[in-house]
Unconditional design. Structure first.
Length: 202
C-alpha cells in the first residue's frame, strides 16, 4: 500500500463480541493509532429458502452482520481519533459486501439479506461520520475465486459451478487492489461505493 503504512491481518472469531473488540484494539498501543479497518469476514451459504438448514442462516447473520458490527463498533472511536490527530487527516472503514447486496437472486435469499444490510449500515454510518473525516466505503465484488463457495452443500456447489462455467473469475488480489485504491485517495476524496465484477459476468 502506498504511503508506507503497516498492514495487519487479524484472525479472530468476530462473531464473539469480546474477541472482535480485542482483535481491533490489540494493535493500537503498539502502532499508535488505527487508520483503516477492512471488514472482510463473511460466509456465503446458498440454497432455496424452503427446507434450508436454519444453522446456515444463523451463521450468515452472525458473521456477515454481527461480526461486522462488532468490529465497526470497536474501531470507530480509534478511526475518529486518527482522522482528527493523525498525519493523513482522514481514516477509512471499508466494508466488503457483494454484488448480492444489490441484486437479489433466487437461492440466495438470506445471503442477499445480510449483504443488503451491510450496504444500508455502511451508507448510514457514512453520513454520520463524513464531516469528521472518516470515510466509510462499500466494495461489492462479483464472482471471485476464494474459498467462499466451498462452504456450501454439494448440491448447491454444483449449481454454482454451472452458473459461472466459462467465466474467468476475479482473484483475491483484484479485490485487494480495489481496497488499496479506495484508501489511498487524497483526503478530500471519498469512494462511497464500488461494484466490481468479472468482465464476463452478466
Amino acid at each position: 500500500m502506498s504511503g508506507g503504512g503497516t498492514v495487519l491481518v487479524l484472525e479472530s472469531d468476530v462473531t464473539d463480541e469480546q474477541q472482535a473488540t480485542e482483535a481491533v484494539e490489540r494493535p493500537v498501543p503498539e502502532l499508535g493509532r488505527l487508520d483503516t479497518l477492512v471488514n472482510n469476514a463473511g460466509v456465503m451459504l446458498l440454497g432455496p429458502v424452503l427446507g434450508a438448514p436454519l444453522s446456515e442462516w444463523q451463521r450468515m447473520v452472525e458473521l456477515n452482520l454481527l461480526g461486522l458490527l462488532y468490529c465497526a463498533h470497536a474501531a470507530l472511536p480509534h478511526l475518529l481519533g486518527a482522522a482528527e490527530n493523525g498525519p493523513r487527516q482522514v481514516a477509512d472503514m471499508v466494508n466488503i459486501s457483494s454484488v448480492a447486496g444489490r441484486v437479489p437472486r433466487q437461492g440466495s435469499g438470506v445471503y442477499n439479506l445480510t449483504k443488503h444490510g451491510v450496504g444500508a449500515f455502511s451508507e448510514s454510518l457514512r453520513q454520520e461520520v463524513a464531516t469528521r473525516h472518516v470515510r466509510v466505503s462499500l466494495i461489492e465484488p462479483g464472482a471471485t475465486s476464494t474459498e467462499l463457495a466451498g462452504h456450501n452443500r454439494a448440491e448447491v456447489l454444483e449449481t454454482m459451478r454451472a452458473r459461472f462455467a466459462g467465466i474467468e473469475r476475479m482473484q483475491a488480489d483484484d479485490i485487494a487492489d480495489a481496497i488499496t485504491y479506495v484508501v489511498t485517495r487524497r483526503s478530500h476524496v471519498a469512494v462511497n461505493e464500488m461494484l466490481i465484477r468479472p468482465t464476463e459476468q452478466q
